[in-house]
Design a protein around this ligand. Structure first.
Ligand SMILES: Cc1cc2nc3c(=O)[nH]c(=O)nc-3n(C[C@H](O)[C@H](O)[C@H](O)COP(=O)(O)OP(=O)(O)OC[C@H]3O[C@@H](n4cnc5c(N)ncnc54)[C@H](O)[C@@H]3O)c2cc1C
Length: 152
């Protein structure tokens, strides 16, 4: 991937060849769904204008190794990447546009490690709060933190 492709379609094709196991979504409605978070102002703008600003593709990695390859590709092709956890942010941090890709982390949803001595856990970035709490409860722990958004 050292020769920078000249357009987005070529760049995406290069990514698909370099990481064949990566799920790449280009269906417009699916990409638009994850091109914004829950910021009310962007919702009002979408309703007002009747338009749906959207990234050009959704990348759905299943592992840290895939994320690393995506970022290497993004660097080589100068493609802006917008990470997307579960889109529950309320400040418009996720506002992806054409020419950008959304890095949808929702497939990476596991508790990797729980250390009972240090009371620390390693969790993948797409794990929902309530699932995390359930996984901890199964081993006799709690995260002891209940934001209103834990279920979303
Ligand atoms: C009803 C409601 C109540 C809420 N209550 C609270 C509350 O009480 N306390 C509180 O703190 N928050 C609260 N929030 C905010 C919300 O819970 C947080 O913003 C949420 O944790 C964001 O997580 P997310 O994975 O959905 O991130 P997203 O919304 O997907 O992304 C948030 C930002 O982080 C970036 N990002 C996402 N994942 C990664 C990653 N792996 N690496 C690098 N960057 C990344 C995104 O690009 C974006 O800029 C509330 C939200 C709602 C809707």
């Amino acid at each position: 991937m050292s020769d920078a492709p000249t357009n987005f379609a070529e760049a995406l094709a290069a990514l698909s060849s370099a990481v064949p196991e990566l799920e790449i979504v280009e269906k417009a409605e699916k990409v638009a769904e994850k091109s914004h978070d829950l910021w009310v102002r962007s919702l009002l703008e979408r309703l007002d204008s009747g338009t749906q600003p959207s990234a050009s593709a959704l990348l759905r990695p299943g592992s840290a190794a895939e994320v690393a390859k995506i970022l290497e590709w993004a660097q080589a092709t100068k493609t802006p990447v917008v990470p997307f956890g579960l889109g529950s942010g309320v400040c418009g941090a996720v506002l992806a546009q054409s020419g950008q890709v959304v890095l949808d982390l929702s497939k990476m949803d596991r508790l990797l490690e729980l250390n009972g001595d240090t009371l620390t856990a390693r969790v993948q970035p797409g794990m929902r709060g309530c699932d995390f709490e359930r996984a901890l409860a199964g081993q006799g722990y709690t995260m002891g933190h209940w934001p209103q958004s834990i279920d979303i």
